[in-house]
Design a protein around this ligand. Structure first.
Ligand SMILES: NC(=O)c1ccc[n+]([C@@H]2O[C@H](COP(=O)([O-])OP(=O)(O)OC[C@H]3O[C@@H](n4cnc5c(N)ncnc54)[C@H](OP(=O)(O)O)[C@@H]3O)[C@@H](O)[C@H]2O)c1
Length: 248
């Protein structure tokens, strides 16, 4: 994938991994649009990287997604890359009953929005010489963590969806990437708090370096740091063959 001269929409680009990717893509000579729910965070992102184009949008809400699609179609019809990055992560104690799930938006934000955004943007991307959809899943989509049961399920869902999306788009110019980060310590995913570096974590800068390398090499599953070992452990040529057969 060439990484210069693209027009890229990054959901959840106002901070964390999304903003780090946005900043790098701008430095490489791309036009970047970011979205997020909070105006103040979008403003701060633009103060840090003035070249960014920001649009307030909650990707879990259908009417707001439609407004975003309209805005991009009108102002950036040359768009050729979509990064489905917006996500949240919550601890859920399944023994506490359904009250524990009240207000839980993980499925809508992490999985449903990824599916709907992809489908909305396929027509815009399909006419380009080279295009891409990048979905940010997680190592927890490979090995689920029990304290994050819904989150882990959404990320396994993103991985499965990404694989079938890639299969359906194989005869189009749209390349489909799965970005599989391990724990990234310097973001606000974990209840708004940055964490200490651990042996199993990477920084956003390290993650972005690995993503850029993976995109340039057209490596469609870009697993980073410890997530690489998890992906290798989960890889099974027999299952890959069965997938090919089933989707012939
Ligand atoms: N950090 C990690 O350890 C880690 C590991 C593996 C995978 N990931 C994945 O990486 C992605 C980015 O996470 P992060 O660590 O960078 O988290 P973060 O620092 O909390 O950033 C999340 C971004 O998503 C936006 N967002 C959340 N809900 C949204 C919605 N409904 N509509 C639009 N924007 C929304 C946030 O802005 P607003 O809140 O203002 O909307 C923010 O810009 C997520 O998909 C996450 O699951 C993270």
């Amino acid at each position: 994938m060439k990484l210069e001269g693209n027009t890229i929409l990054i959901t959840g680009g106002s901070m964390g991994i999304g903003l780090a990717l946005a900043e790098r893509f701008v430095k490489l000579g791309n036009t970047v649009i970011i979205c997020g729910r909070r105006e103040d965070r979008l403003r701060e992102a633009k103060e840090k990287v003035p070249e960014l184009n920001a649009f307030r949008c909650d990707v879990a809400k259908e009417d707001e997604r439609k407004r975003l699609v309209g805005f991009v179609r009108e102002n950036f019809p040359e768009i050729n890359m979509l990064v489905n990055n917006a996500g949240i992560q919550l601890k859920v104690d399944l023994r506490k009953g359904s009250d524990e799930l009240a207000g839980n938006d993980e499925i809508d934000i992490n999985l449903k929005a990824c599916v709907y955004m992809s489908v909305e943007f396929i027509p815009l991307l399909a006419g380009k010489d080279e295009a891409a959809i990048m979905n940010v899943s997680s190592g927890l989509g490979i090995i689920p963590r029990a304290i994050y049961p819904v989150y882990s399920a959404t990320k396994a869902g993103v991985r499965s969806f990404t694989k079938t999306l890639r299969q359906q788009l194989k005869d189009t110019p749209i390349k489909v990437f799965d970005i599989i980060p391990p724990l990234v310590h310097d973001t606000e995913l974990h209840y708004g708090k940055m964490m200490e570096r651990t042996d199993n974590s990477v920084s956003t800068a390290e993650l972005v370096d690995a993503v850029v390398d993976g995109l340039r090499e057209d490596r469609y599953d870009i697993a980073v740091g410890p997530a690489r070992n998890w992906l290798n452990a989960a890889s099974n040529p027999q299952l890959d063959g069965m997938f090919e057969n089933m989707n012939r």
